[in-house]
Design a protein around this ligand. Structure first.
Ligand SMILES: [Zn+2]
Ligand SMILES: [Zn+2]
Length: 270
């Protein structure tokens, strides 16, 4: 027996590889059962978009879910990429033709320069397909789907290039790896920063969000609780990091980096 209350979000399709869950009217979560991040479909009255699309190898399953809703890939006007990690963006490669691919300018730059280190390409055993970004997004941009108006919020921390999308009237918060159900944190990667992460979470706390649509895990109807826990955890991570930094003797760890910069500059002088 479990005393967890049943999920308020109806499951429309569920098989071995993925499930399709309704988050709100015309808003759907596609959840994969491998390492791919969640994909979202928002079907507006004027435009239809996806927010993240999962791994390239998941594309056929993504199509299956879209088909279940009567949506063809050519019906997708825009794919918004939350950040540069491959588990969120890989399948964007398959959206050719009129679908516009959009990402924050820092993510777009990494993706366009094929910065495999930033995209975590080695972590995912995927075909090396090039993804092209058409529109570079910034804080404050608005994506108008007719009955949905999504505001782009620049929320760095997990990486330098993370965005969240917020639909104020409906209280929908698409927070990718910045905020997850239960206050689970996405971790701080190469270009990220725990201090930026805390500031981004504080901004998300200030929103009157009702449904949290994250990059991993279930949908949540308690985003206020989730963000409160995440902020507590991020402060713990900050103090843990400070202790780790002390323990590592920072000077000896910086020396090889400084030396490689000196060597590089020497080459340039000659
Ligand atoms: Zn990520
Ligand atoms: Zn992720």
């Amino acid at each position: 027996m479990s005393d967890r209350k049943p999920s308020p979000f109806p499951i429309l399709l569920n098989n071995d590889v993925c499930s399709l869950i309704q988050a709100a009217e015309d808003v759907y979560q596609i959840r994969f059962k491998n390492r791919a991040a969640n994909a979202y479909l928002v079907r507006g009255s004027k435009r239809t978009i996806m927010i993240d699309v999962g791994l390239s190898s998941n594309y056929s399953h993504l199509l299956e879910c879209l088909q279940h809703l009567g949506v063809k890939p050519s019906d997708i006007d825009m794919v918004v990429l939350s950040h540069e990690h491959l588990d969120h963006i890989g399948a964007a490669y398959h959206f050719t033709g009129k679908t516009i691919i959009a990402a924050h300018r820092l993510a777009a730059n990494k993706i366009m320069l094929r910065d495999d280190f930033s995209m975590l390409r080695k972590m995912f055993n995927e075909p090396n397909v090039p993804i092209d970004v058409d529109i570079w997004l910034e804080e404050g941009n608005l994506i108008d789907l007719g009955n949905f108006r999504l505001t782009v919020m620049y929320t760095p921390g997990h990486t330098s290039a993370c965005i969240s999308l917020f639909e104020q009237d409906k209280g929908l918060l698409f927070a990718a790896d910045t905020l997850m159900p239960g206050g689970v944190m996405g971790g701080v990667f190469g270009s990220g920063s725990i201090a930026d992460y805390i500031q981004s979470l504080e901004r998300l706390r200030g929103l009157n969000s009702k449904i949290l649509l994250s990059g991993h895990g279930r949908l949540s109807d308690t985003p206020q609780d989730d963000v409160r826990i995440a902020i507590q955890r991020s402060h713990t991570l900050l103090s843990d990091t400070a202790q780790l930094f002390d323990a590592l003797d920072a000077r000896s760890n910086f020396e090889p980096i400084m030396q490689s910069v000196r060597d590089l500059n020497k080459l340039d002088d000659s």
